[in-house]
Design a protein around this ligand. Structure first.
Ligand SMILES: NC(=O)c1ccc[n+]([C@@H]2O[C@H](COP(=O)([O-])OP(=O)(O)OC[C@H]3O[C@@H](n4cnc5c(N)ncnc54)[C@H](OP(=O)(O)O)[C@@H]3O)[C@@H](O)[C@H]2O)c1
Length: 236
């Protein structure tokens, strides 16, 4: 690929699987999350498989931290061709039983965190789109709850529906610059997040399947943009 990708939420679940897949495709991958040790582990795995990766520790809820993280990627990789937004948080609860700290965490992480890092990356993505590759990608992981809300997902779905609206607006805003903006909406995925919410082992899609969908989006030829993909397990 010969490109540089920043994957947020790269220490776990979908972000981790995506980082590994992109590295296997030849991208230099910047691995971003808050916990350094988990990121270092992913970094070691990628390097031992012959890939190129480095760690960027940041809390994306902090706009300055997000900006500094993107600056670190540019210092290290010299360019940014892809931003893959996988960092996210979920607490499923009826709204009546919810606590402000829980819904604030989802709004901060899923919405503000995504916007903070995306805003910081925009000028570098536009520069990459003007370069030899001729395109750049900003892909965000939503959720099928971004299409449909339910009794214990009202706030989570609200954050994902906000991301859906933002992604579509940004897609249209950036289209003239050559930066492709895509949204992946998976159903349940077997990750630590899903387990924390009570899903059993093996319940839901394998994270690698979602990673493959993301790789599909960013490997389309310049001139082809996949705006939205919904990936569900058969029968759900
Ligand atoms: N699992 C599912 O069923 C499913 C389905 C559809 C969509 N999704 C969405 O897919 C995305 C990834 O979910 P997942 O299941 O892979 O979750 P996960 O395994 O819990 O991974 C979440 C990642 O986000 C990072 N993160 C959380 N808060 C952060 C912050 N403030 N700043 C930087 N990084 C942060 C975490 O690392 P640190 O804690 O180290 O920061 C971790 O790497 C989320 O947006 C989720 O809503 C999940």
């Amino acid at each position: 690929m010969g490109t540089a990708a920043l994957v947020t939420g790269a220490s776990s679940g979908i972000g981790r699987a995506t980082a590994c897949r992109l590295a296997a495709h030849g991208a230099t991958v910047a691995l971003l999350a808050r916990q350094a040790e988990a990121l270092e582990q992913v970094c070691r795995e990628i390097r031992s498989a012959g890939g190129d990766a480095f760690v960027v520790c940041a809390d994306l809820v902090d706009a300055v931290g997000a900006e500094q993280a993107v600056a670190q990627v540019i210092d290290r990789a010299g360019r940014l061709d892809m931003l893959i937004n996988c960092a996210g948080a979920a607490h499923l609860s009826s709204f009546a039983d919810d606590a402000p700290s829980q819904w604030q965490c989802m709004i901060d992480t899923n919405l503000s965190g995504t916007l903070n890092v995306s805003h910081a990356a925009l000028s570098y993505l536009a520069a990459a789109a003007r370069s030899d590759r001729g395109t750049a990608d900003l892909v965000t992981v939503g959720f099928t709850a971004g299409r449909q809300s339910g009794p214990v997902t009202s706030v989570y779905a609200a954050t994902k529906q906000a991301i859906t609206a933002w992604s579509e607006g940004l897609r249209r805003e950036l289209a003239p610059s050559g930066v492709r903006v895509g949204l992946i909406q998976p159903g349940l995925v077997d990750t630590p997040l899903a387990r924390r919410l009570g899903a059993g082992p093996g319940q839901g899609l394998n994270a690698a399947v979602v990673a493959d969908a993301i790789v599909y989006v960013v490997t389309r030829p310049a001139g082809v943009a996949v705006a939205e993909l919904v990936v569900r397990a058969v029968g759900r």
